[in-house]
Design a protein around this ligand. Structure first.
Ligand code: PAF
Length: 285
């Protein structure tokens, strides 16, 4: 596996392959959830005969953080990340600097934001500008790596819909956006780089967050599912930012009698912001 911490090096390496690649964009602090994305990327590169294989990018993107303190404390450990990528079978890790990704403030223009980013009033309402930054960096990382396919996790369900709605293109062809189900801890907590920031008592309380899905699954209508999930989240001591059952791809509110959707929530617990989601189906009478 190659590790490139500079873009110049990487460009020479990438130019030695004529074919496309699979890219797995990450912000590092990798865990078993990322390993699942990378293994899926490696399998996809083989299936599609992509000679440049599976490239993992590790880049903590400043433009998607609306809180400078959050950016500052985001965990970084390239050595451990590279070891995980190697173990998961990646062909190459690219960890460019901020200056290389954004050489001039106006070098990477903000792509227009798809309606699915701000329209639903969920993540983007809590973190204004977040998806704009995600679209910007995804565009830029695609420009740099030249992918045929890209792999994203279902853990960030809203991000996945935003990236799909961007309809990314590289070399005149659409980039295939593949997704991988959320990997969970034994107690049901979705794996996230932020879990490591939870103080011990908050980590214990976080074990109760997944019960929101269990409670929502007992509801006959989505409005009750939202109420039940909010109650379960609140009982862990978390501050609930939002809980919503939405149409899975547009993320817009469901019509009153709908019996299926995606339940999405965001909470703050022990000073850490956590998000999660799962499919929702009305319990049959
Ligand atoms: O999901 C993430 O880790 C980030 O939002 C992404 C897609 C790597 C863009 O910085």
């Amino acid at each position: 596996m190659r590790l490139h911490s500079s873009l110049g090096d990487f460009r020479a390496y990438r130019a030695s392959f004529e074919g496309g690649c699979v890219v797995v964009p990450t912000m590092g602090a990798l865990h078993a959830g990322h390993a699942a994305l990378i293994r899926a990327g490696v399998a996809l590169a083989r299936e599609r005969h992509l000679s440049a294989g599976c490239i993992v990018t590790v880049f903590v993107n400043p433009t998607q953080f609306n809180d400078p303190a959050d950016l500052e404390k985001y965990p970084r450990n390239l050595e451990a990340d590279a070891a995980l990528c190697r173990q998961a079978g990646a062909d190459c890790v690219l960890a460019p600097s901020v200056h290389e990704v954004y050489p001039k403030p106006d070098f990477a223009p903000m792509p227009s934001l798809p309606a699915v980013a701000a329209g639903p009033g969920l993540e983007e309402a809590s973190r204004p500008g977040h998806f704009q930054g995600v679209c910007q960096v995804v565009n830029r990382l695609f420009e740099i790596t030249g992918p045929r396919c890209a792999v994203f996790g279902e853990k960030d369900w809203q991000q996945l819909q935003v990236v799909r709605a961007m309809s990314p293109v590289w070399g005149g062809r659409p980039v295939e956006v593949a997704s991988v189900p959320t990997v969970r801890e034994p107690d049901g907590l979705a794996m996230s780089s932020r879990n490591a920031q939870l103080p011990p008592s908050a980590r214990r309380a976080a074990a109760g967050l997944a019960s929101a899905f269990v409670e929502a699954a007992k509801a006959k209508v989505w409005q009750d599912a939202e109420r039940a999930a909010a109650g379960a989240l609140g009982r862990t001591g978390a501050h609930v930012e939002y809980v919503a059952v939405r149409e899975p791809s547009t993320l817009m509110p469901l019509p009153p009698g709908a019996t299926e959707g995606r339940i999405l929530w965001a909470v703050r617990l022990g000073g850490v912001r956590l998000i999660d989601n799962a499919p929702w189906r009305a319990v049959s009478a």
